[in-house]
Write a protein that binds this ligand. Structure first.
Ligand SMILES: Cc1cc2nc3c(=O)[nH]c(=O)nc-3n(C[C@H](O)[C@H](O)[C@H](O)COP(=O)(O)OP(=O)(O)OC[C@H]3O[C@@H](n4cnc5c(N)ncnc54)[C@H](O)[C@@H]3O)c2cc1C
Length: 405
């Protein structure tokens, strides 16, 4: 491992933490992983880690820095927001990505920390913090998407356990997940109040997953079937009938992550738009993109992106640490989705025919990736709750325009 460059620690109170982080990263981060995304958050395939990836994941898990803001008692780093920021900067500086991610980190862990029993936290949170267990989300059903409270998967009380029957769909990464947090019905006589939040072992007898093949040939999500699946009562989070409250809280954590609350840098991934435009459209005698209308739209997009990233950062700093995300994440999710889709549309427009490749010769890897990114962008305004549903949430819960159910 490399030695850490020297740092003047007297200048700022955070600098001693920065020095500690920099030295620890230099001592533990395998150089072979530099600038490689080694996050377990990828749902695109089974986890097949190299020895260096395992070493990095173990080191980050043991240190608690995979989930730097979680309590130390549950395997987190116990860092405050300013320290987390410094840690992220130091990881980025070293070209190191956080190897611990996924739905356990993004949404299930924070929700269980809030609603879980002590025994549930001991059993699940530590394993999530170490990146040892993959979770999937069993919410959507063929007739319960936007109208999520219509879930029909039924958990029948059988004494010390439930017997679960039903079908989920669009289960991202279901074929690789170890466990599933699911919304199930425990009472058919009431809609919202009949829903419970249940943890289901994906290896239990009666659980079957069928990957859904997309036009791209990939199968990032599945249909999931439960047939007489025995689930111990200890796996109920909260009380029976509290599932809607817990489930919607989890969605706030999900939207917070999706909007970029967990990483606004995503918005700046890839080449700057101006560079891309000059590559494909050339430059005039002043070194500018020749098309003045396109130039204006690029500038507007870059300004929107940067303003949004700053807003996310400010919102994160202002959020009361013990309140976590609120209904306002719906605004962030919608704005983030629009900017992500704008970026993809603008890139394709700039690239012209080169941005419409699917396979075959004549296209670079970057160009083929761009086409897929553009198509994938369509999903951003659907998953985690569609744009229209976020607008409904904003009108009801923030603007108070209608009584919410
Ligand atoms: C890439 C991807 C990954 C996903 N991963 C998961 C996962 O891991 N687990 C999981 O449980 N689900 C997952 N989903 C499902 C996702 O949550 C749903 O697709 C989403 O909630 C919308 O539900 P639906 O597809 O049934 O559409 P519908 O609910 O059928 O909606 C269809 C259209 O009608 C509009 N609409 C519906 N109701 C209203 C209304 N009241 N007012 C205004 N407009 C309305 C919607 O906005 C939408 O445009 C994923 C989806 C995608 C695209």
């Amino acid at each position: 491992m490399a030695t850490a460059p020297e740092l003047d620690v007297a200048a700022n109170p955070l600098d001693s933490f920065r020095a500690e982080a920099r030295a620890w990263i230099a001592a533990n981060f395998p150089p072979s992983l530099k600038n490689k995304d080694s996050s377990l958050s990828s749902l695109e395939g089974p986890t097949d880690l190299s020895a260096d990836e395992i070493a990095w994941k173990t080191a980050m898990g043991d240190k608690g820095w995979g989930v730097p803001g979680w309590p130390v008692a549950y395997g987190g780093g116990g860092l405050d927001k300013a320290q987390i920021r410094v840690l992220q900067e130091e990881l980025a500086r070293a070209g190191a990505s956080n190897p611990i991610g996924g739905m356990g980190i993004m949404m299930f862990g924070p929700t269980l920390l809030e609603y879980g029993s002590e025994a549930q936290k001991q059993e699940h949170i530590l394993a999530i913090a170490k990146g040892d267990v993959r979770w999937c989300q069993g919410y959507s059903e063929p007739n319960a998407g936007s109208d999520l409270a219509n879930v029909q998967t039924f958990a029948e009380d059988a004494g010390d356990h439930y017997i679960v029957n039903g079908q989920k769909t669009w289960t991202s990464g279901g074929q690789w997940a170890d466990k599933c947090f699911a919304l199930v019905r425990t009472d058919k006589s009431q809609k919202h109040g009949g829903i419970s939040f249940l943890l289901i072992d994906m290896t239990a007898p009666g659980v079957e997953v069928k990957p859904i093949r997309m036009i791209s040939g990939q199968s990032p999500f599945c249909e999931t079937f439960f047939t007489n699946v025995k689930v111990p009562k200890e796996n109920l989070v909260g009380r029976e009938g509290q599932g809607w409250e817990i489930g919607t809280r989890l969605l706030q954590h999900e939207r917070n992550s999706l909007s970029g609350g967990g990483g606004a840098s995503r918005l700046f991934a890839g080449k700057p738009m101006g560079t891309l435009a000059k590559e494909y459209r050339g430059a005039d005698d002043k070194g500018r993109v020749p098309d003045s209308d396109l130039r204006m739209r690029i500038v507007r997009h870059e300004m929107d992106s940067r303003a949004f990233a700053l807003t996310l950062r400010r919102a994160a700093l202002e959020a009361k640490s013990n309140q976590g995300p609120s209904a306002a994440t719906s605004i962030m999710k919608n704005v983030g989705a629009r900017i992500t889709q704008d970026r993809a549309e603008l890139s394709i427009e700039i690239m012209g025919m080169a941005g419409l490749g699917w396979e075959g010769e004549g296209f670079s890897e970057d160009e083929l990736t761009q086409t897929r990114t553009w198509l994938w962008g369509k999903a951003v305004s659907i998953y985690g709750g569609s744009t229209e549903i976020q607008n409904n949430i904003v009108s009801k819960r923030i603007l108070g325009m209608l009584d919410h159910q």
